[in-house]
Design a protein around this ligand. Structure first.
Ligand code: ZN
Ligand code: ZN
Length: 164
């Protein structure tokens, strides 16, 4: 069985990466921190296991910033042009990454599973129809596919056992 392959990269072409398989979940986050850190209305984070991500070329600089929970997350940026490529968040550490959806060669190939932190959404941004949205965060088990919850559970167990 062949898995879906997606590739992407930074603005200057130095960083190229490949993602193998479907994401665990895709978040569209409108929290103030995502707005500030992207300079935009919101971020699209495509979450996937780190072992399904391959850096094909280039290298990163790592930047630490607080996320919505107050916990520090690490954003990996192209060392040359500074485009943010993906982040590792406190909950799953380096076991999983939230890849910036806009860095995919075909960003249309992913659709958010959920829109979060709509409480701080810029008032002129419409909410998409047919995608669940929440004022803040949400319960994975109520929204995500069973398979995604299982993948998150497996990662959480590895994290608890000291990995990542
Ligand atoms: Zn670059
Ligand atoms: Zn956010």
């Amino acid at each position: 069985m062949s898995e879906t392959i997606r590739e992407g990269g930074c603005g200057c072409g130095h960083v190229r990466y490949r993602m193998t398989g479907e994401p665990i979940m895709v978040h569209n986050c409108h929290c103030r921190l995502c707005q500030q850190q992207t300079g935009s209305t919101s971020v699209v984070n495509v979450f996937i296991e780190s072992e399904r991500l391959e850096l094909l070329q280039g290298d990163f600089t790592d930047h630490q910033l607080p996320g919505g929970s107050g916990a520090i997350h690490t954003t990996r940026r192209c060392s040359r042009c500074g485009t943010a490529i993906w982040s590792h968040y406190a909950r799953l550490g380096t076991l999983a990454a939230g890849v910036r959806g806009g860095t995919l060669d075909d960003p249309d190939s992913v659709t958010p599973d959920v829109v979060i932190f709509t409480e701080s959404k810029m008032p002129w941004v419409p909410l998409p129809e047919g995608i669940p949205h929440f004022e803040q965060y949400y319960d994975f088990n109520e929204v995500l596919r069973e398979e995604s919850c299982a993948r998150l559970g497996a990662l959480a167990a590895r994290r608890k056992a000291g990995e990542g």
